[in-house]
Design a protein around this ligand. Structure first.
Ligand code: B16
Ligand code: MG
Length: 224
């Protein structure tokens, strides 16, 4: 087996936008009187905007009208986007650019599998939009992670089967989505948090392209 599609999550894998989501959600939570810290923010990683606000309201025991719900989501997104527009290539996580360059030069299809509806805006801000052959984001999926819908679409549009695809993810829900979808899951982050991942690395300095090739070779030998 030769693995060919590389599917990347965005927030926490390519860039650290979690810190911007935190600032924007915290501002909103304060406004509606809900206690919200970095600990709660962890639970929003990889979760859609709608589901995130539902969780925040639940934590604060709040019930609001549909109209206010949508108004709050819009406000949060405007706040968040103001932070995103200020992003530059310096916001790409360490080692990512070199990994993507090497993988693309080596013939891999580069795909995005993100829950974010702002994925293209973010990739554009950090000048990585042209790098991606396929972009599946929050606008193309009806079911969020841990459902594998987004990753399955990303593999299909890349022209490869799930078994020929790797998923790079920093969230537990995303790792579960990759596993259910039949891809090789690579956790990016803490090993104990991402224990369900097939393999786990701290980031793309530890998993540079040479290390990835070694892993790929090992997998190819094991599946011969
Ligand atoms: P948006 P990922 C996810 O991105 C974030 O981790 C999550 O915190 C956020 O709520 C979600 O995108 C939706 O983002 O409000 O921009 O549509 O990790 O799947 O790349
Ligand atoms: Mg993520």
């Amino acid at each position: 087996m030769k693995t060919k599609a590389l599917i990347f999550d965005l927030d926490g894998v390519i860039v650290d936008t979690a810190k911007f989501h935190f600032v924007a959600w915290q501002r909103l939570a304060k406004k509606i009187g809900v206690h919200f810290t970095e600990k709660e923010n962890e639970q929003l990683k990889g979760v859609s905007r709608v589901k995130s606000l539902e969780k925040i309201l639940k934590w604060g025991n709040k019930t609001i009208s549909d109209e206010l719900f949508h108004q709050l989501m819009d406000e949060k997104n405007k706040d968040y986007l103001n932070l995103v527009y200020a992003m530059t290539t310096d916001d790409i996580l360490p080692g990512v650019r070199a990994f993507l360059d090497a993988a693309k030069a080596d013939g891999h299809k580069i795909a995005l599998g993100s829950a974010s509806k702002n994925a293209k805006t973010i990739l554009n801000a950090v000048q990585l939009l042209d790098m991606f052959d396929v972009i599946i984001d929050g606008n193309q999926v009806t079911k969020g992670k841990p459902d594998p819908e987004g990753f399955l679409k990303a593999a299909e549009q890349s022209g490869y089967s799930p078994e020929e695809s790797f998923v790079f993810e920093d969230s537990i829900a995303g790792i579960q989505a990759a596993n259910t979808g039949g891809m090789t899951s690579i956790g990016i982050g803490d090993k104990s948090t991402l224990a369900e991942a097939d393999y786990c690395f701290k980031g793309f300095l530890e998993l540079d392209y040479a290390a990835f090739q070694t892993l790929e070779t090992k997998l190819n030998i094991n599946t011969l």
